[in-house]
Design a binder for this molecule. Structure first.
Ligand code: NI
Length: 176
């Protein structure tokens, strides 16, 4: 079932989400299915459970080609429970991000360029990956939602924050 996406200003987006304690439950599978349907309907690159008002450490992300990020390399579709991120470098890179909870806007956000992430899929099977580039960026963005952090809170220069249609007037960017 497609769910409503909370927008910035809703205090639920600022809470720290709780660990999922039991894997492979019908409730967890239903949550992930709802998140997937909601993300696809919004043409998003990722979604975190708090964005639909569920305070659990669950994120999904991935796409073959995303209209919101036409230049991004594909990221395998991933459902990740209780993620733990470990940067593999101190190097950070700034690039544009948007968020389904911050519709119509984009900002330049610094992120680690390479990291390892671990966690579980909804069946309880472990996931361990080392990633870089846009994949690393998306994971950091989604996992920030689990700690109540929205991307504008990570920005260093608010002059690089604006409306998508003004920043990218010629781009074929689908708005959320
Ligand atoms: Ni977001």
């Amino acid at each position: 079932m497609k769910r409503e996406i909370l927008k910035m200003g809703d205090p639920r987006l600022l809470e720290r989400a709780k660990l999922v304690e039991r894997h492979a439950t019908p409730e967890l599978k239903a949550l992930v299915a709802d998140m997937r349907e909601t993300m696809i309907a919004a043409r998003g690159a990722g979604l975190a459970a708090p964005q639909i008002g569920v305070g659990l450490r669950v994120v999904i992300f991935g796409f073959e080609h995303n209209e919101r990020y036409p230049d991004a390399e594909p990221v395998p579709y991933t459902e990740l429970i209780n993620p733990v991120l470990t940067p593999l470098t101190t190097e950070m890179e700034e690039d544009w991000e948007g968020c389904l909870s911050v519709p119509g806007l984009r900002g330049q956000v610094p992120r680690f360029t390479r990291l390892r992430y671990t966690g579980f899929d909804p069946e309880g099977r472990p996931i361990l990956r080392e990633v870089s580039g846009f994949h690393a960026r998306v994971v950091q963005h989604e996992c920030d939602h689990l700690d109540g952090i929205l991307y504008p809170m990570r920005m260093r220069d608010l002059r690089l924050f604006g409306y998508t249609d003004v920043l990218f007037p010629d781009a074929d960017v689908i708005e959320e």
